[in-house]
Design a protein around this ligand. Sequence first.
Ligand code: HPA
Length: 271
Amino acid sequence: MTLYDQIQEVLPRLGDFPRPEVAVVLGSGLGEWADSLEEIQAFPYSDLPHFHVPSVAGHAGRLLFGKVRGRRVVVLQGRFHFYEGYPIEEVVFPVQLLCSLGITTLLLTNAAGGINQSFHAGDLMVITDHINFMGVNPLRGPNDQRLGPRFPDMSRIYDPEASETLKRVGRNLGIPVQEGVYAAMSGPSYETPAEIRMLSRWGADAVGMSTVPEAIVARQRGVKVAGISCITNLAAGISPEPLSHKEVVETAERVKRSFMALLSESVPLLG
Ligand code: HPA
């Protein structure tokens, strides 16, 4: 079954109410924003063909439609990752589906380790560009021209206008928002200090295990992409402390209020 046919199989399951222009993917520990939406219609991933159920704490596993400040939005509350063992094209299937719903803008969020020396745990960072160091590309394999070109341009993958909106809303709310380059590793082990030094010299400001495959796919589909990383910890070797998923979830919890405010105020302005 082709990807196109898989998407066609799921679309009718999502009902036929009006489709949103903006989609949001909520990363580790950041899922609670979805519960603040109005007029929620939720679909557990376990009810949807071709979806896996996230195995990681902090990922709910629901696709939902709702409204924020009167604007329609579709949300992936939690994601499944490459490190969970799925082929990369299965990891990005939910984003492929969002793109086929007719969205114009996709906002990707994640928890990330801070590499830039001026970052602190708890900072929010608008993603300006990325480095794909996962060792895989979600577009590998036969290309379906109905979905997008074989060799999509990635030179402005994160939409400058959407990124500007996120920064401006942050300023207006008094929430400091950093910006920088996100490097994706496959995980699930955290990086070594030597790997972080390498990524730092390559120009990375933050590191994580998601987002990049989703951004690549959305770009191929002609959807505008924006990204926000929650810097939940300083990357290996930058901080003397060992890294833990507990710290990631705890920091996400601590910055939840500003993260949620940033989303609620900026999402209605995107698209
Ligand atoms: N490295 C990779 N992924 C992460 C990190 C990190 O330090 N923090 C949160 N996700």
